[in-house]
Design a protein around this ligand. Sequence first.
Ligand SMILES: Cc1ncc(COP(=O)(O)O)c(C=O)c1O
Length: 409
Amino acid sequence: MQFREINPSPRLLMCPGPTDADPRVLRAMSAPILGQFDPEFTSLMNETMEMERRLFQTKNQQTYVVDTTSRGGIETVLTAAICPGDKVLIPSFGRFGYLLNEILSRSGADITLIEREWGTVFEPEEIEAELKKGGYKAVAMIHGETSTSMMQPLEEIGKLCKQYDAMFLVDTVATLGGVDIRVDEWNIDACIAGTQKCISAPSGTALITYNKRIEDIIAKRKRVERGIRSDADVDGQLPPIPSNYLDLAQLQDYWSPRRLNHHTEATSNQYGVHEALRCILMEGLETRFARHILNDKALCAGLEAMGLTIFGDRKHKAPVVTAFNIPAGIQGPALRSALLNDFGIELATSFGPLDGKVIRIGNMGYSSQKRNILLTLGALEAVLLQQGMKLPAGDAVAAALAVYKQADK
Ligand SMILES: Cc1ncc(COP(=O)(O)O)c(C=O)c1O
């Protein structure tokens, strides 16, 4: 039997994650391994924390990386901040809102789930109506709901959380690095993101930040494991965090000057995160956010010019993902496989009520480039024509180019 060398076909990842990793990140990941307590490596960890603070726009000391996918990052933070029996409000407007519910219900939280039709977001009044009922320890919600392409405005909800003394726990997995997110200004107590979307590094690391309020809860749940605990380690009075691997109390000590020897570091992944954050800050946050907005505008103009309709409430569509309705007579799976096989371009379907109804296009991080938008539009038009859709050939790319031309003025 012959085993193949890893030599992937060229692909353009225009799905909403994973996206193309920045080549500089992949290069950094191939650097030789350092020991995790080598001062050269721990100083890189400190730089990562500082760069992450700038990206999250926070002063939180506790801003670091967990070796797990975004889902693991969410689970790490939520299961530490929320104790069994705590009352949590989850306003859900898509698949990933349900994921928060799934994670918290397994950890014994007392959840109130409120739902919105997919393709819409919540009004602050809807959240307030629930918070007014009292007793909520936290509100947990998604910023960019990748499944529907909607982006929930957070600022007003953050104010409400402060007013009603509930922690505000937010998943910014789809948006961090592509959209302006102001953790401190918006009263977000904890924020979680992944690296495989707008950060443009491979999946497998989660970026997290949380404030003093959550640090205090963690301190009360801390239980350092036998074999590495010292005489100074006193168990907290609250129930311990249920996971050992995703134990925020021990992870926090690992990312602190104590450097608690919790797990063996995935050093190559840390190189990747460091380089990805460095590239983001070098580009500049404002420039980066403006790039995503412009490419989104060009993409939507192109889609509409070819006669496609964009799914959901346009006012709240995230600039980093767009879903279009699959036209009558077109088969989503055939469309996607023609794009992949003939053009090497990957787009995505969606989930639940949207499965088979929409196609989702990512506009994230390194993939968010003018040439990628134009290539995707051109290829999509060709495949739709091939599948029998009547459309004004050539208009899509022309409409996108007109957007870029206008922006150059
Ligand atoms: C908004 C959101 N949250 C959470 C996740 C889960 O992330 P992961 O697959 O990296 O665990 C995703 C993945 O697509 C997502 O889009």
